[in-house]
Design a protein around this ligand. Structure first.
Ligand code: PMP
Length: 351
C-alpha cells in the first residue's frame, strides 16, 4: 500500500477471482465459465460493431435493453444493463444499504457481497446456512435488512423455491431484496415475474454463464421502474457508458439465438447429471446442484489435496479455505470430454 492510499480503504480485503494461471494449458473448471464459444450471431455482431469503436456506446443501452426486456417478459423501463452482474450488485449496495439498512446475506455465498459491503462502508450480517447447506427462508422473514440471496446459491449450487423467496420478499416490505440469478438458467426458478407484484424486489442476471459471454462483461438488473431509476442515478454518477459497443451488439446477437442458448443449457444439465453419477460411484458426496457447477467432497481425501493433485495434472477447480467448506471443491461443468478427464484423474487420486 502506498502512503497516498486513502485511509477509508486501508483495511479493504478485495475479492479474489478464480486463478487464471498462464504456466500451462489447463482444463479450466474453476470459474464457472461456459465450455462453448458465444453464439455465432453474437460473434458476428460484435465484429461488425468493432468498426465503429471511435464512437461512444449508447448510455441508454436501448436496443439491447429492449431486446432483453422482451425476452424476460418485462418492460424496457424495468431493465438496467450493466458491466457484468457484479456492477448491478454494487449499484444495489450503493443505492439501498446504509447504517439504517444493513445488508444481510448467507455466510456461505458469493464472496463479493462482503467486499461490496466493505467498500461502501455498509454494516452487514452473515446468516449461517443450515447444516445441509440450504438457506432457511425463516431466517430472512421480517429481518428489516437489505437482503442479498444468490439463487441458486454459489458455491453450493443449491436452489431455493420461488415460493420461499416470495415469503421473504413479502415479509420485508420496507426493505430491498436482491435475488442474484447468475446461475438460474441451469435449473433454478426465476423470480423475474415477481417484480410486477413487489416494488422491493431486484433480480440480477448475467450473460457470463449460460450465454458464454463472461469476457464481454454483460449483466443486468430487473425491477420496478422506480428502482431502475435509482440505480440509473448511480450508473450516471459513476460510468454512463458502462457497456461497450461490442458487448451491446454481442448481447443482442446472443438473445437472437435462443436455440443455441437452450441447447447449451440442456447439454450442461445433462453433463452435470452424468458427472454427479460418476462422482458418486467414486465415493464423492455432491450437493444437489441447479447450476453449471457441482460442490463435492470425498469422505477420506481432503479438499485441499484433491485441488492440488488436480492442478498438478492440469485440471483447475475452485477450492475455498473457509472452515465450513474446505473439504469441498467447486467444479465447473465443462464438456463431456473435460468431465471424463477430470473423473479419470479423480479416480486415481481417491484410490
Ligand atoms: N453472482 C454470482 C453468484 C456469481 O458466482 C458471479 C460470478 N462470479 C456473479 C454474480 C458475477 O458474474 P458477472 O459479473 O460475470 O455477471
Amino acid at each position: 500500500m502506498s502512503r497516498f492510499f486513502s485511509k477509508k480503504y486501508s483495511s479493504l480485503v478485495p475479492y479474489t477471482p478464480g486463478e487464471q494461471p498462464k504456466d500451462m494449458q489447463y482444463i479450466k473448471l474453476n470459474t464457472n465459465e461456459s465450455p462453448f464459444p458465444p453464439s455465432e450471431k453474437a460473434i458476428k455482431a460484435a465484429g461488425e460493431m468493432a468498426k465503429t469503436l471511435q464512437l461512444y456506446s449508447d448510455p441508454e443501452c436501448r436496443v439491447l435493453a429492449e431486446k432483453l426486456a422482451e425476452a424476460l417478459g418485462v418492460d424496457y423501463s424495468e431493465v438496467l444493463c450493466t458491466n457484468g452482474s457484479d456492477e448491478i450488485l454494487n449499484f444495489a449496495f450503493m443505492a439501498y444499504c446504509d447504517d439504517d439498512h444493513p445488508a444481510a446475506f448467507a455466510d456461505i455465498t458469493y464472496g463479493f457481497y462482503t467486499v461490496f459491503a466493505q467498500i461502501n462502508n455498509v454494516p452487514y450480517i452473515e446468516i449461517p446456512l443450515k447444516d445441509d447447506f440450504t438457506i432457511d427462508a425463516n431466517d430472512y422473514i421480517g429481518i428489516n435488512k437489505t437482503i442479498f440471496i444468490a439463487n441458486p446459491n454459489a458455491p453450493t449450487g443449491i436452489a431455493l423455491s420461488r415460493e420461499k423467496i416470495e415469503e421473504i420478499i413479502k415479509s420485508n416490505p420496507n426493505n430491498i431484496v436482491v435475488i442474484d440469478e447468475a446461475y438460474v438458467d441451469f435449473g433454478g426458478e426465476s423470480c423475474v415475474p415477481l417484480i410486477k407484484k413487489y416494488d422491493n424486489l431486484i433480480v440480477t442476471g448475467t450473460f457470463s454463464k449460460s450465454r458464454s459471454m463472461a469476457g464481454a462483461r454483460l449483466g443486468f438488473g430487473v425491477a420496478s421502474a422506480k428502482l431502475i431509476q435509482d440505480m440509473n442515478t448511480i450508473k450516471y454518477s459513476t460510468n454512463p457508458y458502462n457497456i461497450n459497443r461490442m458487448t451491446m451488439a454481442a448481447g443482442v446477437g446472443a438473445l437472437e439465438d435462443k436455440e443455441y442458448f437452450e441447447n447449451n443449457c440442456k447439454y450442461i444439465i445433462e453433463t452435470r447429471k452424468y458427472t454427479v453419477e460418476k462422482l458418486t460411484e467414486l465415493g464423492f458426496e455432491t450437493l444437489p446442484s441447479s447450476t453449471n457447477f457441482v460442490f463435492t467432497k470425498h469422505p477420506t481425501v481432503s479438499g485441499q489435496k484433491i485441488y492440488e493433485e488436480l492442478k498438478s495434472a492440469g485440471i483447475l477447480v475452485r477450492h475455498f479455505t473457509k472452515e465450513k467448506i474446505c473439504q469441498y471443491n467447486r467444479i465447473t461443468i465443462g464438456t463431456k470430454e473435460q468431465m471424463d478427464a477430470l473423473l479419470s484423474k479423480l479416480s486415481e487420486i481417491v484410490k
